[in-house]
Design a protein around this ligand. Sequence first.
Ligand code: ADP
Ligand code: MG
Length: 265
Amino acid sequence: MSAAAVQIRELTKTFGGGRRLFGAPHHEVKAVKSVSLDLAKGETLAIVGESGSGKSTLARMLVGLEEPTSGSMLIAGQDSTALRRSGPKAFGKRIQYVFQDPVASLNPRKTIRDILATPMALLCGYEEPRRRLRMKELLDAVQMPEDTLDRYPHEFSGGQAQRIAIARALAAEAEILVLDEPVSALDVSVQAQVLLLLRDLKTRFDLSYLFISHDLAVVEAISDRVAVMYFGEFVETAPASRLFANPEHAYTQRLVASAPRIRKA
Ligand code: ADP
Ligand code: MG
């Protein structure tokens, strides 16, 4: 057993490449190319890179939304495929995914109460009145009022909806959150609030974050360590302070140089 929350080894994902009935074969896209990465317990590791570099594909493989072409993933020392096969409880209680578009990620026909109740019942086996108490705790943790529960997702702003989506991820009591561009769809002022909230929740619930973003200013605000992804590969991985002060790889240097809000000493 290892202390690492996540260990990714030589993970590859290739899309397409199959034959069409007529015409040329499908174009093959190597979205993730033999990537290896460790996320330590309690760490916030950011994955940065331009759109199309393979960040979401990597994240989606990690949470089981996409099958790897090859390679392996260990979650808290256990093979993630085996963990998923052993059922939603074993898997969903370890790792949860937070999507970029908060409103779209919440079922529009369900109240927030139902949205939060599902993982509690399914993954934790909680019944009333424990569920009700836990909902109160979660709303309090994400700083939303109690009357949130009887409302529907469309009644909330993007920032509020993302708080609710984060509460849903916490409802499963998973120790690892994969956050895929969690503030990219939000206004800059709201981004800062949600980042502060995420920092607070991490300490409070002893979480580990894999934090995906194309925005270096956001990454600098939250991460301990940064992995830079470029065309499906990591070109540089370093502690955040080192990476921003002294980027080594030419691509990282370009990224840092083009990020307006980062001070370059
Ligand atoms: P990012 O999240 O960094 O923007 P993605 O992981 O979404 O990047 O995409 C990486 C590459 O894989 C892109 O070239 C994208 O077009 C391709 N891709 C992603 N998902 C699919 C899919 N389901 N089918 C085919 N190609 C895909
Ligand atoms: Mg993406």
